[in-house]
Design a binder for this molecule. Structure first.
Ligand SMILES: Cc1ncc(COP(=O)(O)O)c(C=O)c1O
Length: 374
C-alpha cells in the first residue's frame, strides 16, 4: 500500500522555525557561551515575562506540563487519601498527576459545547475527601470558570487550571492560568507556545504557593539560602537553553494567536450549515486560542479517512477517555458512566491548525469537508 502524501498537515512547526530560527540559534549560543545552564538569568527573565503575558503575579519554569500539574497539586496540599476531580476528556497527564501523589482522580463529565468540565457534574462528584479540582481549558476553549470557582469556594477546594492548550485564552477578560489557585502550562513543542523539547510552567497569584513550587522544583531547596532543604522536593527545573528559546517565541505569541483565530474564523464561516458541530468562535466573555480546531460529527471516521485521501491531515483527540484507559481499569469506572465525554470521544475530529496555515489552505480544508457532506 502506498502512503498518501499529506499536503496540509494537522500541525506544522516549519513556518515557525523559519521565522524564529536565526534568533533562537543566537539565544542558544548566548546560553552556551555564558556557562550558566540551570536556573540562571534566562529562567529569571522568562518567569517574569511569562507571568506578565498571562496576567499572573508569578510564574515558575519547570521541565514539562506534567511536572507543572504535579507540582501545582502538591503545592496545593494534595496527597494520599485525597480525591481530586478531573475531566476524563483530556490528555492523561491531567489524571496521572493526581495519582502519582497518592491521591485518587475522580472523573466528572463535560459541557457538550466547550468540552470542558461541567460544574454540575463536578458538584455531584464531590465527597468529604475532595481536596481539589483540575479544570482543563481543552483545545484552547476556556472552561466556564465562575460556577466552578464558586463551587470550589463553598467547599474549600483548590482549583488548578490545566492550561497546556490555552496560552493567552481569556475568560471574562482574565487569562487562563490567572483565575484558579494555580495554573499549569505545557510548552511541549507543538503547543501554542512550544520549546525545542520538554518544558512547562506553574503560575499563581499567591506568594506562599509560589515559594512552595519554587522549592518543590528544586530538590526542596529554600530560595533564601544555600543548601537549606526545607521540604522533600523534586528536580523539575527548566533548562536555561529552553527558557532562552521560549523567550524568543513568547514575543510572537500574540501574533501567532491572532493568526490561529483567523484560521478558526475561516473554518467557522466555511463549515456553517453542514451537519456537524463547530467549536465556539468566542464572545466578549470567552476568547479561545484554538490549540486545535475540533469539530464533531457522527460520521467522524469516514470523514477522517476521506480527508486523508485528499491529503489533509487530521487527528482524534482523544479517542479513549481517561476513565476507560487500561491505566485506570482498577478504578472500576465503567463505559456509560460519563455519557457526554464518551460521545465526544466518538465524534471529535481536529482539522489542520497552526499559525502559518494560509487562508488558501484553510479554504481547501473547508472545500474538502463540504465535498464529503454533499
Ligand atoms: C491537557 C494537557 N495536560 C497536560 C499535558 C502534559 O504536558 P507535557 O506533555 O508538557 O508534560 C498536555 C500535553 O501534552 C495536555 O495537552
Amino acid at each position: 500500500m502506498t502512503a498518501i502524501a499529506v499536503d496540509i498537515p494537522l500541525i506544522s512547526l516549519k513556518g515557525q522555525q523559519a521565522e524564529i530560527g536565526a534568533e533562537a540559534k543566537a539565544a542558544v549560543a548566548r546560553v552556551l557561551d555564558s556557562g550558566v545552564y540551570i536556573l540562571g538569568p534566562e529562567n529569571k527573565a522568562f518567569d517574569s515575562e511569562f507571568a506578565q503575558a498571562v496576567g499572573a503575579k508569578y510564574s515558575l519554569g519547570v521541565d514539562s506540563g506534567t511536572s507543572a500539574l504535579e507540582l501545582a497539586l502538591e503545592a496545593a496540599g494534595v496527597g494520599p487519601g485525597d480525591e481530586v476531580i478531573v475531566p476524563s476528556f483530556t490528555f492523561i497527564a491531567t489524571a496521572t498527576a493526581v495519582s502519582v501523589l497518592g491521591a485518587k482522580p475522580i472523573f466528572a463529565d463535560i459541557d457538550p459545547i466547550t468540552m470542558t468540565l461541567d460544574a454540575k457534574s463536578v458538584e455531584g462528584a464531590c465527597t468529604p475527601r475532595t481536596k481539589a479540582v483540575v479544570v482543563v481549558h481543552l483545545f484552547g476553549q476556556p472552561a466556564d470558570m465562575d460556577p466552578l470557582m464558586s463551587l470550589a469556594k463553598s467547599r474549600k477546594l483548590a482549583v488548578i487550571e490545566d492550561c497546556a492548550q490555552s496560552h493567552l485564552a481569556t475568560y471574562k477578560g482574565r487569562p487562563t492560568g490567572s483565575i484558579g489557585d494555580l495554573g499549569a502550562f505545557s510548552f511541549y513543542p507543538t503547543k501554542n507556545l512550544g520549546a525545542a523539547g520538554d518544558a512547562g510552567a506553574v503560575t499563581t497569584n499567591d506568594a506562599g504557593l509560589r515559594d512552595a513550587v519554587n522549592e518543590l522544583r528544586n530538590c526542596g531547596r529554600s530560595a533564601a539560602a544555600g543548601y537549606n532543604h526545607v521540604r522533600v522536593g523534586h528536580n523539575c527545573r527548566l533548562d536555561e537553553v529552553q527558557a532562552a528559546i521560549l523567550r524568543v517565541k513568547l514575543l510572537r505569541l500574540e501574533a501567532w494567536t491572532a493568526a490561529r483565530r483567523r484560521v478558526a474564523a475561516i473554518y467557522d464561516e466555511g463549515l456553517a450549515g453542514l451537519p456537524l458541530k463547530r467549536p465556539p468562535l468566542g464572545s466578549e466573555s470567552s476568547r479561545p486560542v484554538f490549540h486545535l480546531y475540533t469539530i464533531r460529527t457522527d460520521r467522524r471516521d469516514a470523514l477522517a479517512a476521506d480527508l486523508r485521501r485528499s491529503g489533509i491531515g487530521n487527528g482524534v483527540y482523544y479517542p479513549t477517555p481517561v476513565h476507560l484507559q487500561p491505566a485506570y481499569a482498577s478504578l472500576g469506572v465503567k463505559a456509560g458512566a460519563l455519557p457526554v465525554t464518551e460521545a465526544a470521544s466518538r465524534e471529535v475530529l481536529s482539522l489542520p491548525m497552526f499559525a502559518e496555515l494560509s487562508a488558501a489552505d484553510a479554504g481547501r480544508v473547508v472545500d474538502a469537508v463540504r465535498r464529503f457532506f454533499k
